[in-house]
Design a binder for this molecule. Structure first.
Ligand code: FE2
Ligand code: FE2
Length: 307
């Protein structure tokens, strides 16, 4: 075994050794969770793409309340979508040995643990939506699929080669695991005005994701080392794309949601939110690209997100 391969396996062995004690699926209990509280916000208002719009701030309390409840449901649906269509398929392809560099028992053990975590997050987020759907009268709210997921599927479908589709999955997973981190952390430790039950659901998810960010970075490094030159070039060209998908995410969903809950002045709110869309923080990705030796990572990411 080469020195690099030995170091790599040590990283995965360390992650694996910690799994038993860290994995929330092994320790979280719903029967100790706080009850859902009618008086609390179901979501953090500052994470809405139109949080500062005067028409949102001036909306009647009941509309604002339903909007935050819908935001919680959409957040959870999106988490399920990312797990089901991006992260879990990546874990499966890694475990089947289709992605370069991920062919050691140490990587397989760690990825199978992550696969278990992600499957549990689907259960967790679905259960975490229940009380809110019921008590806020949103049982029939229909949330369109995340545009990040549909963009990922579309780009995969456009590729003629299986390895290209696999590398799109890998890129989308690394970006997803990086980009959702900040919002997940904010929702995990929110002010007291936010629903304690929802903070707990996020915290449980976040504790697993803290380990995943290191895991998928290590998987990518192991994989990149063994990619061929055309694979490396393809990967470098595709990596900025999921960042752009995240910059655009949510607006189509929000248009459908605000219409269903009949939110006042919704067209005006969304037009302005689109024009002032939030910037995605991709500083961690730049660091990762530099560690990998991907040339002009910053320029590629800037170009993708300002296009
Ligand atoms: Fe997850
Ligand atoms: Fe994850």
């Amino acid at each position: 075994m080469t020195e690099i391969a030995a170091q790599r396996d040590t990283v995965f062995e360390r992650l694996s050794a910690a799994w038993e004690g860290r994995a929330q699926v092994r320790s979280f209990r719903w029967d100790t969770a706080p009850a859902w509280d009618q008086t609390k916000d179901d979501f953090l208002p500052e994470l809405l793409p139109f949080a500062d719009h005067p028409a949102f701030r001036a909306a009647p309390a009941a509309d604002r309340e339903r909007c935050l409840a819908a935001a919680w449901l959409a957040w959870n649906e999106n988490q399920v979508g990312f797990e089901l269509s991006i992260v879990i398929p990546t874990c499966v392809r890694l475990m089947q040995g289709h992605i370069p560099g991920a062919r050691t028992p140490a990587i397989w053990a760690t990825v199978s643990e992550a696969l278990t975590d992600e499957s549990y997050h689907i259960v967790l987020t679905q259960q975490g939506s229940e009380a809110c759907r019921e008590h806020r009268g949103l049982r029939h709210l229909k949330i369109p699929r995340s545009s990040v997921v549909t963009a990922c599927e579309r780009r995969q479908a456009e590729q003629p080669e299986e390895w290209q589709r696999d590398l799109i999955l890998l890129a989308a997973t690394v970006v997803t695991e990086t980009v959702i981190h900040a919002h997940l952390r904010m929702l995990s430790y929110p002010p007291e005005s936010m629903q304690p039950l929802h903070a707990l659901v996020n915290r449980v998810h976040y504790l697993d994701e803290l380990a995943h960010s290191g895991l998928f970075r290590a998987v990518l490094k192991a994989s990149y080392l063994e990619m061929t030159e055309p694979q490396r070039e393809f990967f470098a060209s595709i990596l900025p794309e999921p960042v752009r998908w995240f910059a655009d995410w949510g607006f189509e969903q929000w248009a459908a949601i605000l219409e269903q809950i009949e939110f006042p002045r919704r067209d005006e709110i969304l037009t302005e939110a689109r024009a002032n869309r939030q910037v995605v923080d991709y500083s961690q990705l730049i660091k990762l690209c530099e560690e990998l030796g991907i040339d002009a990572a910053r320029e590629r990411l800037v170009a993708a997100t300002t296009a």
